[in-house]
Design a protein around this ligand. Structure first.
Ligand SMILES: NC(=O)NCCC[C@H](N)C(=O)O
Length: 407
């Protein structure tokens, strides 16, 4: 099986999704902010919306893999199960008595049920008392609304916890505490699942913060990395060091990395909330930012150290790195208020299935109309519930194979 991604727009072959499940039912008004949701989603409707998204991908010839299923299969591998169990038990909040109770509880679960707990977490009342054994101080003092194992409602946004760069995978380093455990799952899947045997990792969760929503594969050998609320300058620099130094038969994994500062705020948490590619030489970009975005260009210096120049306007730096005259911006021509409303609702967060063929949320009517006038074919999906986590079609998908742009 070929796992290979060298662009944002090459025909999509295989994609990793996560169908949201019981982990969304953990969200309440007391925890939704900490768990990075802006509202309490209607779970069944969110699942319907997600199923419709997956059905559109399948109808367009894309192989859809589900993270929950890959995780259950990884847990059938003894080393995978042992590692994932050890990591969840390493939580220092547990203490030894509760840790032992949780270990006993997890040990009797089959792989599918264990995958369910690793994703949806374990609530206080779901841990049954062990006959003849004290509940333990930590459990007794725990608020009944607390979780023994925290849920992962943002797992839905598979874009952020791993990124394929050519035939290597970068398992990222998530910045927000509510999401950190997600990469224990993607890391284990890529290292233990038989489908990915032999895959080399180019980034690991123990490194500086770096999130997949900040990484755009502008063209073969050219990456843009947003630096803001999630990805730190150190994370961008670490990725640059890794990809510039990783030699493939045809050259390094990337020859240029553009570090792109973005405002450190929720509306622009990742670069892909303001800019996504819709054609080999065209981006859809939040108009309020299009002219002000800058980039620092990082290439390998003669001494092997990354050499940084700039800043220069992002669109100029990108076109130069891509070897094209101009990176076109689809001008959505929106007034600033409409642009701001539709950016918040992930209007700029499209997923390309092929050049000029993209999935977009239906609700962003004005952005979508402008995209179509510019010759982009759209597949509209509903996202009223999915969007409450602040993520669109690109955030909800991790491409694993795309047709190479330059074979
Ligand atoms: N690439 C993306 O922009 N992903 C969306 C992540 C949303 C999630 N609720 C978060 O705050 O991390």
């Amino acid at each position: 099986m070929t796992h290979y991604v060298d662009s944002e727009v090459g025909r999509l072959g295989t994609v990793l999704l996560h169908r949201p499940g019981p982990e969304l039912a953990r969200l309440t008004p007391r925890n939704n902010n900490t768990l990075l949701f802006d509202a309490i989603p209607w779970v069944a409707r969110a699942q319907d919306e997600h199923d419709a998204f997956a059905a559109q991908l399948t109808a367009h010839g894309v192989e859809v893999l589900y993270l929950g299923q890959l995780l259950a299969e990884t847990l059938e591998v003894p080393d995978g199960r042992q590692e994932l169990t050890r990591l969840v038990l390493a939580d220092r909040r547990l203490g030894d008595s509760l840790r032992q109770r949780v270990a006993d509880h997890l040990a009797q679960l089959d792989p599918v049920a264990l995958a369910g707990v690793l994703i949806a977490g374990l609530a206080h009342e779901e841990l049954r008392p062990t006959a003849g054994r004290s509940a333990g101080l930590v459990y007794m003092l725990m608020d009944r609304h607390d979780f023994v194992i925290d849920p992962l409602p943002n797992l839905l946004f598979t874009r952020d916890s791993a990124v394929w760069i050519r035939d290597r995978v970068a398992v990222t380093s998530l910045a927000m505490p509510a999401r950190r455990r997600e990469t224990t799952l993607t890391d284990a899947i890529y290292r233990h699942h038989p489908r990915f045997a032999g895959t080399e990792l180019v980034y690991q969760p123990s490194l500086e913060h770096l999130e997949g929503g900040d990484i755009l594969s502008l063209a073969p050998g050219v990456l843009a990395v947003g630096v803001g609320e999630r990805t730190t300058p150190a994370g961008a620099e670490r990725l640059a060091r890794r990809v510039l130094a990783a030699e493939l038969p045809g050259g390094p994994l990337a020859h240029t990395v553009l570090a792109v500062p973005i405002a450190q705020q929720r509306a622009t948490m990742h670069l892909d909330t303001v800019c996504t590619m819709v054609d080999v030489d065209a981006v859809l970009m939040y108009p309020n930012l299009a002219d002000s975005l800058l980039a620092y260009t990082i290439v390998a210096g003669a001494d092997g150290e990354p050499r940084v120049t700039g800043p220069t306007p992002f669109l100029r730096a990108a076109a130069d790195a891509m070897g094209i005259d101009e990176l076109r911006v689809i001008d959505t021509g929106l007034d600033p208020v409409t642009a701001e409303r539709e950016q918040w609702d992930d209007g700029n967060n499209t997923l390309a299935i092929a050049p000029r063929l993209c999935v977009a949320y239906e609700r962003n009517t004005e952005t979508n109309e402008q995209l179509e006038s510019a010759g982009i074919e759209l597949i509209r999906i509903a996202g009223s519930e999915l969007g409450s986590g602040r993520g669109g079609p690109r955030c909800m998908s991790c491409p694993i194979s795309r047709a190479p742009l330059r074979p």
